[in-house]
Design a binder for this molecule. Structure first.
Ligand code: PFF
Length: 463
């Protein structure tokens, strides 16, 4: 088969791809979501399940997703359609691409609202609003933002416009340089925050919370959330990494690349956890604070450290950048498909996608104030909004199912020869290990997590 060429161009090198894919992976998921879901799910045991999922499910699926993308060299929908045809499989496989596009729309719609919180905090921090604040003041600053739909709409609009502009110019221009500078900066500032956390006197409590597993604190839903987060944080299961893989040069090593991305991504999340929980404990806050966790705790850190306003501003700028480079990858699959199949140019395609996502974002905005409802969950009364529904639907269901389908496609429905050829690691130990994991271990792990959720099996019985 003659090799396909992407109509959207290629990364300049493997390193450019690593930067872009790391930009996609590292985002709000690491700094905003990981700490709050860890807090809600009791800490250590949750983190352990999450780490196991990164290794056994995340990395193998990332390799599968990249190899599928590079072989198809098109938007995920067309890639799945073409590869299914090449391998004499049913055209139904393109559903994987479609479900990814839908998941991308839903995720970007709320992702942009949360990134908007980050934007708002850049200005609040720069204005010195956090100087000397206590927990109650930090909370009221946050509430003043999320309970005001107009403010949220303004920030959401700005973030969506920023994202659409970059995507309309092609994901490659600018992204490479930006990630190259900003990612190390983010790392440094996280280290600084961890340094602050060490001085709170409660650092070891934070460490114990994150790394000492207490399985009693982990529910079946928590196990699913941990696995779902492995997908979310690595941008897997919806075609974002697949579409980036479609721009990857032929000679780049997919295995090394995937491991590098997963390691960086995990480090950022763990650093964020180490920075936040000691501050939570030192200020008598609730670990299970929900989506507001970092916005209620970090102002306390920045409000009390030397040069806090400066570092706080820098931190939130970097957070917004990290979110930006992820948001771009969330809409790229839809944009690439529109350009390929509807014959419209990138600018129009990105605008169209941006407008639809922006409208959908209004649902999330309203779900923090007006549009809330109560429901019973396992005997507990919970108040929630459609934001939670969007989040659970995508991260806990659509991404894992999409990823499972990709693992099955690469492991069982593509010929071994195509897979060996595309991965380019030969048919040696490394390849065989991955092939075994992606054919058996990964699918079984995903299915087991779903089965324990519906109560067919109970993971706690296995202790
Ligand atoms: N990985 C991103 C984060 O952790 O913030 C979020 C994300 C980006 C999820 C792209 C899915 C995706 F396709």
């Amino acid at each position: 088969m003659s090799e396909r060429v992407s109509t959207h161009g290629q990364w300049s090198s493997r390193f450019a791809f690593v930067l872009a894919a790391t930009g996609s992976a590292v985002g709000l998921g690491n700094i905003w979501k990981f700490p709050y879901i860890t807090g809600e799910n009791g800490g250590g045991a949750f983190v352990l399940v999450y780490l196991v999922c990164i290794a056994l499910v995340g990395i193998p699926i990332m390799m599968a997703e990249i190899l599928i993308g590079r072989r198809g060299r098109a938007s995920p929908i067309n890639t799945m359609r073409m590869l299914a045809r090449d391998e004499n499989r049913h055209g139904i496989w393109q559903v994987v691409g479609w479900s990814g596009v839908v998941a991308g729309f839903i995720i970007i719609s709320y992702y942009s609202v949360i990134a908007g919180w980050g934007l708002a905090y850049v200005f609040r921090s720069a204005a010195g609003v956090f100087n000397g604040v206590d927990a109650a003041a930090a909370k009221s600053i946050f509430d003043g933002l999320v309970l005001d739909p107009e403010k949220l709409l303004a920030w959401h609009t700005i973030f969506m416009v920023m994202t659409t502009i970059v995507v309309s110019r092609g994901v490659r221009s600018g992204l490479e340089q930006a990630v190259r500078v900003l990612m190390p900066a983010l790392f440094v500032i996280l280290l600084l925050l961890v340094g602050y956390a060490m001085n709170t006197g409660r650092f070891m409590e934070g460490v114990a919370f994150l790394f000492k597993p207490d399985f009693g604190a982990l529910s079946a839903g928590g196990v699913l959330t941990a696995m779902g987060h492995a997908f979310f944080t690595l941008s897997l299961g919806m075609g974002a990494i697949m579409v980036y893989g479609s721009y990857l040069p032929k000679d780049a090593s997919i295995a090394r690349t995937s491991i590098t991305i997963a390691v960086i991504d995990t480090l950022v999340a763990l650093l964020a956890g180490l920075a936040i929980f000691p501050v939570v404990f030192a200020n008598g806050l609730e670990a299970a604070n929900g989506p507001s966790l970092i916005f209620n705790t970090l102002p306390l850190a920045f409000g009390h450290m030397p040069w806090g306003a400066f570092f706080g501003t820098l931190f939130f700028i970097l957070l917004v950048f990290a979110a930006w480079t992820s948001a771009i990858s969330l809409i790229e699959p839809a944009v690439a498909w529109l350009v390929e199949n509807q014959g419209i140019n990138r600018v129009k395609a990105s605008t169209l996608v941006g407008v639809v996502a922006w409208l959908l974002g209004i649902v999330t905005i309203m779900s923090f104030s007006r549009w809330r409802f109560e429901f019973n969950f396992a005997g507990e009364k919970k108040t929630t909004g459609l934001f939670d529904v969007f989040d659970i639907l995508t991260a806990n269901f659509m991404l894992p199912l999409g990823g499972l389908a990709m693992a099955l496609f690469a492991g069982w429905f593509m010929s071994r020869q195509s897979v060996v050829e595309e991965l380019g690691m030969g048919d040696r130990v490394g390849f065989r290990l991955w092939y075994y994991v992606v054919r058996y271990v990964t699918p079984v792990a995903v299915v087991v997590v779903f089965l324990q959720l519906i109560g067919v099996i109970d993971i706690k019985d296995w202790k």
